[in-house]
Design a protein around this ligand. Structure first.
Ligand code: IPE
Ligand code: IPE
Ligand code: MG
Length: 251
């Protein structure tokens, strides 16, 4: 077997799950002397295009980081506008998502949201829950540390109730309490906007994810950039701790 035969591209492997940190909205607006919110609005268009493109490419799961648990630190006016945009977008897009067979799932600490937004999220999830196309996961008020902490808290409660021994706690068991449980792990991570950091996104789940960073600002992210990231993924050899030779021999 030649050395390239085990690469993702040779075997025609597509990422099953793509996770994206959509960064650079503010700088996109600043370059145009527009208010930051205009960047977030333009970012919604990029979301629409990316969801459509992933659906067409038969990607199973797309997880988008929309609002981090640390984004509350922004000026109250920006947080308020982001929340409003979230509500409006949900309202406007849910029917389209549903008719495109998209299943919507929202992860993050949603109790911090306005009750109306919480209700909107619940009804959108309910409406789309049996759809069989792309699973679109929106991470809102999400933090990777929060995710692990809430899983630990739930397991601790079971230990306290005598339902579980602490010695039974394994990585596999912790996983059952994490937000993305039941979905394949992200294969490909993309961050736009030029920063090369994780910013408390999916800390646990990114353990073996292939990372792709681009300077393109999120509102400028188009299908061609998505394809570039997918092609880069295709050229990687995923070893999961094994040697390259082992992977090539299919061990
Ligand atoms: C990402 O764009 C969107 C959110 C965090 C909600 P930013 O708003 O972080 O854009 P920059 O990084 O300031 O350019
Ligand atoms: C990460 O972007 C969060 C989202 C895209 C929702 P940030 O812009 O908040 O990240 P930092 O602050 O530059 O690390
Ligand atoms: Mg940013």
């Amino acid at each position: 077997m030649n050395s390239s035969s085990s690469k993702n591209s040779q075997s025609g492997t597509l990422p099953r799950h793509i996770a994206i940190i959509m960064d650079g909205n503010g700088r996109w607006a600043k370059k145009r002397l527009l208010p930051r919110v205009a960047g977030h609005q333009a970012g919604v268009e990029a979301v629409r295009g990316t969801v459509e493109a992933c659906g067409k490419r038969n990607i199973e799961v797309l997880t988008l980081f929309a609002f981090s648990s640390e984004n509350w630190r922004r000026p109250a006016s920006e947080v308020g506008l982001l929340m409003e945009l979230f509500v409006q977008t949900l309202k406007r897009e849910v029917k389209r998502l549903h008719s495109n067979n998209v299943r919507l799932r929202v992860i993050g600490e949603r109790s911090a949201f306005d009750p109306k937004l919480q209700a909107g999220i619940a009804s959108a999830e309910e409406m789309t829950k049996d759809n069989t196309g792309l699973t679109l996961v929106i991470a809102a008020n999400y933090g990777g540390r929060w995710d692990i902490a809430q899983a630990a808290g739930r397991l601790a409660a079971r230990v306290q109730a005598g339902q579980l021994a602490s010695s039974d706690i394994t990585p596999e068991l912790i996983e059952t309490e994490l937000s993305l449980y039941g979905l394949p792990e992200p294969d490909l991570f993309i961050r736009t906007g030029g920063e090369q950091r994780i910013s408390n996104f999916l800390l646990w789940q990114l353990a073996y994810t292939e990372l792709f960073f681009t300077d393109v600002l999120w509102p400028d992210f188009k299908q061609s950039q998505l394809d570039e990231a997918i092609a880069s993924f295709g050229r990687r050899q995923r070893r999961f701790g094994r040697t390259g030779d082992q992977v090539e021999q299919g061990a």
